[in-house]
Design a protein around this ligand. Structure first.
Ligand code: EPZ
Length: 420
């Protein structure tokens, strides 16, 4: 979709089943380039980032066939192939092909992931981690290179980088012995990758902790169900907190949403946790104590923009600090164009609640910033037009049909193809 048109003021009512997690499926799908076998992956979201990863895998001889939300992946024909620079440049997680192809072929070269609007997003932790295992890495004009079989040993991550943890796990599959990662990321998506790698034959200990150890064993194909997308769930919760109504999300793990549901409860929403569901009633009406994003289990950076949108009409003021990415407030000008009052910038903002928001023409800045604009538009008076909405296709499956099924007055304009 290229443009979204939303007329606000309608509550969201009904139930939505959360899809499989974008940030869970991407490393797991990439891991199939490290292990020759046949895999069945259930609960795979049909989103653009998964499609791009499938295209990158195809160049390595790995085939993917989708039936509904199940992907059948065959990497028995795995062979070294070129990585499409244009495709890889559009996907930050393409960096995980470094660890996967190092395991598969003993050497790997990947294009540097494209510039990221969220910040510099360096790869120093990926490289230093590999180098501490004896892997030679180099950054050349053609891209990032890694050569040599990792030796057994310990990597210490000075920051619990999700991507670096994932890359090191994929490289450890081909190591000469056990690899221990101290300071590993603890996001649920890391646990899901570890569960998948265990199903493929690897031996993992310390899952769920900051001290992960992977011991390579003969690896093979596996069947796995992808973890639910906690960020998709957070986005819908914040949309409901903007629009009001009564929304039930199913197929998720409520405990993983605790920082988000606690914030929305503090803002005046009613939240009920079920075994695999969350129900939210009412809008966010009051400001909340300061929120600071951070690595799991702190408040997730990917929910920061949607929560900001939810608090725009909350009485009082809320301070929000972004500690994970240095440029993650790019959506604020669009929200201000809709009548929001937000002070500060850099990594610290103060949201001052306003009585109402109004529709406007805005441009999606990035995946979660665009989602914040959708949330704000649902609670605004009048019509909002969001351009560059194709960014949302990267991480949200069927966003507009789902919002419409919940009663939102929303539609997606496909880009008008100008005839040459
Ligand atoms: C993953 O990105 C997610 N992406 C991001 O979600 C998420 O925001 C992020 O983790 C944090 O939770 C996927 O899983 C595909 P990091 P990743 O490495 O792995 C710095 C979304 O919207 N850093 O934990 O790139 C980095 O600059 C996306 O779904 C280094 O300094 O995140 C950043 O400031 C956005 N050196 C911080 O660490 C490195 O070598 C967190 O990055 C690597 C990272």
């Amino acid at each position: 979709m290229e443009r979204i048109r939303i007329r606000g003021g309608r509550p969201l009512c009904g139930a939505v089943r959360v899809h499989g997690g974008k940030n869970a499926v991407l490393p797991i799908l990439t891991a199939t380039a490290a292990i020759r076998g046949r895999f069945i992956l259930h609960n795979c979201p049909a989103i653009r980032d998964v499609e791009i990863t499938q295209e990158l895998l195809a160049a390595q001889g790995v085939t993917c066939v989708r039936t509904g939300d199940t992907l059948r992946v065959d990497s028995t024909g795995l062979r070294p192939g070129p990585i499409d620079h244009r495709l890889a440049g559009r996907l930050r997680s393409s960096v995980l092909f470094l660890g996967a192809l190092l395991t598969a072929f003993g050497a790997a070269e990947i294009p540097l992931p494209g510039g990221c609007v969220l910040g510099a997003r360096p790869l120093d932790l990926h490289r230093s981690g590999l180098e501490s295992l004896g892997v030679e890495t180099a950054c050349e004009s053609s891209g990032l290179i890694a050569r040599g079989r990792p030796r057994s040993g310990t990597v210490i991550l000075r920051y619990p980088s999700v991507g670096a943890t994932e890359n090191l796990l994929l490289a450890a599959l081909g190591a000469a012995g056990s690899v221990r990662i101290l300071g590993a990321a603890r996001e649920p998506e890391i646990d899901d990758l570890c569960a998948f790698l265990t199903a493929c034959g690897a031996e993992l200990t310390g899952v769920g902790t900051a001290c992960l150890t992977l011991t390579p064993r003969p690896q093979h194909g596996a069947e796995h169900r992808i973890l639910p997308d906690r960020m998709e769930a957070a986005t819908y919760l914040c949309a409901a907190a903007c629009a009001g109504g009564a929304l039930t999300l199913t197929g998720l793990i409520p405990a993983q949403l605790a920082p988000v549901t606690q914030a929305l409860q503090a803002a005046g929403c009613t939240i009920e946790d079920g075994a695999d569901s969350i129900t939210i009633h009412g809008t966010a009406r009051r400001a909340i104590p300061p929120v600071r994003t951070g690595p799991y289990p702190d408040f997730p950076t990917d929910a920061q923009a949607p929560l900001t949108a939810a608090l725009l009409r909350a009485e009082g003021s809320t301070v929000l600090e972004e500690t994970v990415f240095e440029n993650r407030f790019r959506h604020l000008p669009a929200l201000e164009k809709m009548g929001a009052r937000i002070e500060g910038g850099g990594t610290l903002i103060r949201i001052r609640g306003v009585p109402s928001l109004h529709g406007a023409a805005v441009d999606a800045t990035d995946l979660r910033g665009g989602a914040a604009m959708v949330c704000a538009a649902l609670g605004a008076d009048g019509e909002t037009l969001i351009s560059h909405a194709g960014l949302l296709d990267r991480g949200y499956q069927d966003l507009i049909p789902i919002l419409r099924s919940l009663g939102a007055d929303a539609e997606a304009d496909e880009p008008k193809r100008t005839t040459p």
